[in-house]
Design a protein around this ligand. Structure first.
Ligand code: SAM
Ligand code: SF4
Ligand code: SF4
Length: 342
């Protein structure tokens, strides 16, 4: 395979595979509405279709796969897909992002299926706040799920926390303590103006600088971990006692210049940027019987025409607001973060 790049010289290395647009939580920054338009069942790719597409992406140079959603663990028999993906030669990193609710039941199955690592989203350790933030009373299940993940022997797993002013910025330190106790790396995420975040405002964004200052006040100087060739979205930091943590500053200090990520929705629409308004339909061609070479050609051509740098462009916008309003997303659910996969 000859290497290829997009118009900004970025290779295609990473694919996020959303296995469902459904979710068992209703996080205020992602699914705040009462009602949603769901992807039609008939459009949802089978595991066989997802596996075939993943294999083509890997043959084109992708070596990192991340399963996401919606909530990936509500897709039945997910371990079967994982086992298939784990067998594809060339996959260096097979990860999953989950809200952790179903982890206690599934962690062992996921490990046995060949999943390498997990990221669990956790925004509060306070049960009442967790309930308000997610509209479900399930903090205990997430905490038990995190322990099950550790017991199952997953290494290099992480916790993700979206920090929102007026909501949970007072838990920056307690969540770091919790992660340290569990020997997990915590990554703080700046609140993003993605589809779904209809209540987003600039004022609610707790910036990377603010997060670092809060931590420095309590723990002394933090040292940046320099990884010159990294394309990871998080910047890593080290505390004097050796604790590592990360900050994903997509909102105030985006990193589009090194972005090698793309996203495939559960219905086979391929988005080349988190903020893209349209994606490439891969479901119709795969169902029309296109060969591997034809599909690979479409993927390659689409990537070579890519010039997206959504987060950087939004930084330049006056009166910045969420990508789309609730009504627009009802008409076009692909704009939703829970559809395209975080
Ligand atoms: N349901 C799973 C979960 O919550 O981990 C996977 C899908 S979720 C869309 C993936 C990640 O996106 C989560 O870590 C979530 O916190 C993050 N996310 C969703 N909306 C966000 C927003 N407006 N700003 C920042 N992160 C967001
Ligand atoms: Fe929350 Fe993830 Fe569900 Fe969105 S997809 S509502 S972030 S659990
Ligand atoms: Fe990549 Fe788009 Fe996110 Fe920029 S905004 S880092 S181009 S996905």
């Amino acid at each position: 395979m000859t290497a290829f790049h997009d118009l900004l010289a970025r290779p295609l290395r990473s694919l996020r595979l959303s296995v469902t647009d459904r979710c068992n939580l209703r996080c205020s920054y992602c699914m705040p509405e009462e009602e949603y338009a769901w992807l039609p069942k008939r459009d949802i790719l089978s595991f066989e279709e997802m596996g075939r597409l993943a294999e083509i992406f890997v043959a084109l140079g992708v070596d990192k796969l991340r399963i996401t959603g919606g909530e990936p663990l509500i897709r039945r028999d997910l371990e079967k897909l994982l086992a298939e993906l784990a067998r594809i030669p060339g996959v260096q990193d097979l990860a999953m992002t989950t809200n952790g609710i179903l982890l206690a039941e599934k962690a062992r199955l996921l490990k046995d299926a060949g999943l390498h690592r997990l990221t669990v989203s956790l925004d509060s350790l306070d049960p009442e706040r967790f309930r308000r933030l997610t509209r479900r009373d399930d903090l205990d299940r997430v905490l038990v799920g995190i322990d099950a993940m550790i017991d199952a022997g997953f290494e290099n797993s992480k916790l993700y926390t979206v920090v929102i002013r007026g909501t949970n910025e007072d838990e920056i330190l307690s969540l770091l303590d919790f992660a340290r106790e569990k020997q997990l790396e915590l990554r703080y995420i700046e609140y993003m103006d993605v589809g779904g975040a209809t209540a987003w405002s600039r004022e609610q964004v707790v910036t990377r600088g603010e997060i670092l200052r809060t931590i420095e006040k309590a723990h002394g100087p933090v040292e940046p971990i320099l990884e010159p060739h990294s394309t990871a979205p998080a910047d890593g930091f080290l505390l004097a006692d050796g604790t590592r943590f990360g900050v994903i500053s997509s909102t105030t200090e985006p990193f589009c210049g090194s972005c090698d990520r793309s996203r495939l929705t559960a219905d086979g629409t391929w988005f080349l940027c988190l903020y893209a308004r349209t994606g490439v339909d891969l479901r119709s061609p795969i169902r029309a019987g296109w060969s591997k070479d034809q599909l690979a050609g479409l993927i390659r051509r689409s990537w070579m025409a890519r010039e997206d740098r959504g987060a950087e462009q939004r930084l330049e916008q006056e009166g910045r607001q969420a990508l789309a309003g609730a009504e627009e997303m009802k008409a076009n659910p692909h704009l939703e973060m829970h559809t395209r996969g975080g």
